[in-house]
Design a binder for this molecule. Structure first.
Ligand code: IMP
Length: 179
């Protein structure tokens, strides 16, 4: 197993809490006219921490389900291939869908998931992500709610992992392999 250095703190707890509250306020306002509950689709496993903090602040009616799809396999780079490990079981046809990601990096996972969810014919699909690395984008992705735009660096914590570890750190760190 590769050992990791946490090089520096990138986004602290207070900053995350503040930003999550702002995003929730924006989402509550944007969906205030929704006539049916919003279908929240959380991308496992990384987005769980962000989603739970965000969802606790939503005052709009919502239903929740999970998908698991990744273009990442525990290494420091994306493979470019998206695989679906777990699909939604909730019916989303005709509803407003809010997809919640941990990070949009190359954009492959988010665009693949949006295309996949569109096959269910929802009324609308919006994307929320805790982090975005625009410098790494290979596919253009429209993000409706972005927590933080970050530089091209490997990050860990608050859901983001390396080989399934470090997700439970309450803040986001820049990390690198120990040499
Ligand atoms: P994309 O398909 O390249 O946009 O990658 C999205 C997925 O890659 C995310 O959901 C993460 O699981 C993973 N990922 C991308 N960048 C990082 C990172 O810096 N740290 C940990 N995981 C990452």
């Amino acid at each position: 197993m590769t050992e990791i250095n946490l090089d520096r703190l990138l986004v602290g707890r207070d900053e995350i809490e503040r930003r999550v509250a702002e995003l929730a306020e924006q989402i509550n306002a944007d969906y205030s006219d929704a006539t049916t509950p919003v279908s929240i689709v959380v991308v496992l496993k990384g987005a769980v921490f962000f989603a739970m903090d965000l969802l606790r602040r939503l005052s709009i009616p919502a239903r929740i389900d999970f998908v698991q799809a990744s273009s990442y396999h525990g290494s420091f780079d994306s493979t470019g291939e998206v695989t679906l490990q777990k699909d939604i079981t909730m019916a989303i046809g005709g509803t407003d869908v809010l997809l919640i990601e941990d990070i949009v990096d190359t954009g492959l996972t988010a665009s693949w998931l949006i295309e996949h969810l569109e096959t269910h014919r929802p009324r609308s699909i919006r994307l929320a992500t805790l982090l975005s690395k625009p410098d790494r984008r290979r596919l253009p992705v429209h993000i409706d709610y972005t927590g933080f735009v970050i530089p091209d660096a490997f990050v860990l914590g608050y859901g983001l992992d390396f080989e399934e570890g470090y997700r439970h750190l309450p803040e986001v760190y820049v990390a690198s392999p120990k040499s």
